[in-house]
Design a protein around this ligand. Sequence first.
Ligand code: UDX
Length: 455
Amino acid sequence: MDEKQVKRRIVLVPVPAQGHVTPIMQLGKALHSKGFSITVIQTQYNRVSSSQDFSDFQFLTIPGTLTDSNLQSLGALRFLMKLNQICEASFKHCFGQLLQEQVSRDDIACVIYDEYMYFSAAAFKEFQLPSVIFSTTNATAFVCRSVLSKVNADKFLIDMKDPEVQNSLFPGLHPLRYKDLPTSAFGTLEDSISLYSEAVNTRTASAVIFNSASCLESSSLLRLQRELQVPVYPIGPLHIAASAPSSLLEEDRSCIEWLNKQEPTSVVYISLGSLGLMENKDMLEMARGLSNSNQPFLWVIRPGSVPGSEWTESLPEEFSKLVSERGYIVKWAPQMEVLRHPAVGGFWSHCGWNSTLESIGEGVPMICRPITGDQKVNARYLECVWRIGIRLEGELEKETVERVVKRLIVLGEEGADMRKRAIDLKEKLEASVRSGGSSCSSLDNFVNSLKTKNF
Ligand code: UDX
């Protein structure tokens, strides 16, 4: 890059939630390493700190946005919709000021916004700046959201009440079934449809970036390439290409010392991501099943993730007893370090896309218990396409929990085969972000298109 290009700036607009902040900050790191200046325009809620690894980034705040209690009362879908309604004007103002600080409009190479921060597109249109959508989920989930945004809600709801339909394949989305589609547990189907139609609308965007790799989902990527009519850039997994710590919660590193004392590939690591909730009764069945499996376990229980209690205080004493015998609980873990630890033999996960990529990236097979949205798509792919996960469906009972842990970690062939496939996939992912790999080339192509203004 010449001197002029070194100074060009990319503006990032993240959704204020861990699963979205993490990959967009990694994207920022990747682009920064290619010589761009980075500005992050974020909401007041869940702000990333400018300290840590981001001292070279500029951070701007959109004033007067929503709070945690809004998230609790509205639910995630309505929260996002409301955020989009109230941020448009203040974002335009904030962005306008940033523009004034530039010597020339051309100093801003492009703005990359999370697909759920679609309100920001109005500002780029007004200021006539190139914009790019960043999807923090995978391409397959994007395809599904696009399909869902066009379904007839009444008919779909009737269909979904029929167990036979629920279990049948959804036309054109093999191997996904109706019940694997990314409908949200945090709002009505109408809300999902309405939010998804906004999110998949490329508006004036010049490209779409995915934190994914063609070795994981080439047909969905090709399909999007055809349907979206703008270039699609799969540049992930970003946590391998450009790791950047952006935890919004404090990580409890004491679990690493505990892991150091466990046997290789013996531990089940359990985490439901940054938003997942779990009922008391399910936690107790899980603790009983894990305990009966005789395997050690490391369990992330976020404060507030057990409805009706601050942390684990409302759980019966039996729970603490079972956990203290064989397990270790933390409020938030250094997840990537945990997955990299040789003691970890399996990951019980809600199958968020970041967790999925991080687990595959360390060759760790999974127990899949999706809760909502794209997690259901990921779980289906983990089980049926990549074949490195066991899906746990239906009511949680201690017997099924014990069985699934034994299948994955204790008993011979099935778990060993999954681990082998997971390690194969890990190697493919690593190759994709190395020089000459598909994701690395895709990122270079994206950067070249910015250089040549070939949008
Ligand atoms: C949600 C969706 O589930 C996900 O598919 C989408 O791409 C983004 O929004 P979330 O539910 O939080 O995200 O899950 P996930 O995508 O797995 O992200 C969680 C992140 O938190 C991961 O990067 C994980 O490493 C991190 N984490 C989780 C920790 O650092 N410590 C923990 O204890 C638990």
